[in-house]
Write a protein that binds this ligand. Structure first.
Ligand code: ADP
Length: 225
């Protein structure tokens, strides 16, 4: 597998008044293209801070983040915006769907940069992929939590990203729906999309290629399947 993502000595501190919290403390790891990685650790250990940096939502204070060999810190704002839009898909614990839009329109939000015909074909294809083609005109609140998360995954996958960042995507789901979401993420990774998923579930972590364990802003362990 190709090296896809490399972070080295990544650090990030938050300051409020006199108090400084070292959310990330010299974190280094590499992820290959198409790898499915679980990120585990207690609340406050820096998982969300790390995902935000990996998704270009927040810059690190120090350290290097290379994507396909390119140092992210040196990329222009325009380039970062394009990467965020087309190359990274986000999935959240609370789905983050727009209630005023139906299912197809929620997916369309991620595809506004494609022309009409191509956009429509992609919406149909990705809703088919997550098994929700028959719910395209429903509003999110008319769906179960598991279905809503599948819509969120369809939205994340729609632009054919090469990186999916998922923050406890099964955290609000029952066992069966959590398993369905895991199958979709595993399928995406098998198709070549790199997936990095924060999880508190040992069961779901065990279904990934590799688990990285964090504590107090540092990596403290790693398990490979
Ligand atoms: P996790 O996702 O593992 O729960 P976070 O990355 O959210 O951890 O937080 C890591 C640490 O940084 C925590 O101690 C948290 O309180 C602190 N932190 C996170 N975001 C902020 C912020 N915006 N301002 C101040 N401190 C923050």
């Amino acid at each position: 597998m190709d090296q896809f993502l490399q972070v080295s000595s990544l650090s990030r501190a938050y300051r409020s008044g006199d108090v400084e919290t070292q959310a990330l403390d010299a974190v280094s790891f590499e992820v290959a293209a198409g790898e499915f990685v679980a990120l585990m650790g207690p609340s406050g250990c820096g998982k969300s801070t790390l995902l935000n940096i990996l998704g270009f939502l927040d810059p690190p204070d120090a350290g290097s983040y290379r994507l396909r060999g390119e140092e992210v810190a040196t990329l222009s704002d325009a380039r970062l915006t394009r990467l965020r839009r087309g190359h990274v898909g986000f999935v959240f614990q609370n789905f983050n769907l727009i209630d005023e839009l139906n299912v197809a329109e929620n997916v369309e939000v991620a595809l506004l940069y494609r022309s009409g015909d191509a956009r429509r074909r992609r919406i149909d294809a990705v809703l088919e992929q997550v098994g929700l083609a028959h719910r395209a005109r429903h509003r999110p609140r008319q769906l179960s939590g598991g279905q809503q998360q599948r819509v969120a995954i369809a939205r994340a996958l729609a632009p054919e990203p090469d990186l999916i960042l998922a923050d406890e995507p099964t955290g609000n789901l029952d066992t069966a729906n959590g398993a369905a979401v895991m199958e979709l993420l595993k399928g995406s990774a098998a198709a070549g999309t790199t997936v990095i998923m924060v999880t508190h579930s040992a069961l779901h972590a065990a279904a990934t290629d590799r688990t990285i364990r964090m504590l107090d802003g540092r990596i403290v362990g790693e398990t490979r399947l």
